[in-house]
Design a protein around this ligand. Structure first.
Ligand code: GRF
Length: 240
């Protein structure tokens, strides 16, 4: 039997993708096990799903952190290894039209939260980090500290649209409003941009003329639950 890879998961909400991955691990349809589930949001259903499956959980409360940053960020609040110029030169998340002040607040407040995520994650030896409905962008500060082998991506995300169409937070909504006749989902690696990293797998579904946005979301989620475990297995195969 192939060696199981160790997977960490980050979520923000209901965690139905997380559940699909937990189920695939438990019924041995993928060579993986979940080491932990972290959330940026306290009290979400996904955390309960993980606890029910005896998986360690933690919360890094982003809203709370960003609120306290709004009162002012001192240099001593920042991670010791944070270098604003370096992160500014790498980041592709925020347009350079944004004011330097806005951009530096964004990157500093995220790095403070990301350092807390890293402190939790470093307690585990993971092969792969999956974002399963994690609704926060990750900056180069975090990405570079997870992707420590040059050229090797270690963070995967699931996006509710057929990338490169409809990046951003509302893939199914954008698909619906555009009047597409085909919708879909994409699993891709995380790079410095928003939903721009290399594509690992995609699944599509047909949209009928009378489908509502809700119908599209339901059809999409069913595809996501199939696709994510398959992509994790694809990754595991590259290590085994
Ligand atoms: C999914 O549609 C995923 O593509 C998107 O957020 C949703 C999360 O759903 N990023 P769940 O928390 O896995 O149920």
């Amino acid at each position: 039997m192939a060696k199981k890879i160790n997977v960490g998961a980050l979520i923000s909400g209901g965690g139905t993708n997380l559940q699909a991955i937990i189920d695939a691990c438990l019924n041995n349809s993928i060579d993986a096990e979940i080491a932990f589930t972290g959330s940026d949001n306290p009290g979400v259903k996904g955390l309960e799903r993980a606890q029910k499956a005896d998986i360690d959980t933690f919360v890094v409360d982003y809203s709370h952190i960003v609120q306290s940053c709004k009162k002012g960020i001192n240099d001593t609040d920042l991670p010791e290894d944070f270098n604003l110029e370096e992160i500014l030169s790498k980041q592709q998340l925020v347009s350079t039209d944004a004011s330097k002040e806005q951009l530096s607040f964004f990157l500093k407040s995220r790095a403070i939260a990301e350092k807390k995520l890293l402190d939790q994650i470093r307690a585990y030896d993971i092969d792969l980090l999956v974002l399963a409905g994690f609704m926060r962008v990750l900056t180069p500060y975090f990405i570079d500290r997870v992707n420590t082998s040059p050229g090797k991506y270690k963070i995967m995300n699931i996006h509710p649209a057929l990338l490169p169409s409809f990046p951003g937070t509302d893939g199914y909504g954008d698909t619906f409003r555009y009047g597409c006749k085909i919708g879909g989902c994409t699993v891709h690696f995380i790079d410095y941009g928003e939903d721009t990293g290399p594509i690992i797998g995609q699944k599509a579904f047909e949209i009928e003329d009378n489908d509502t946005l809700d119908d599209i979301k339901k059809k999409g989620l069913v595809k996501e639950w199939e696709l994510y475990p398959q992509c994790i297995q694809k990754f595991a195969d590259t290590l085994n």
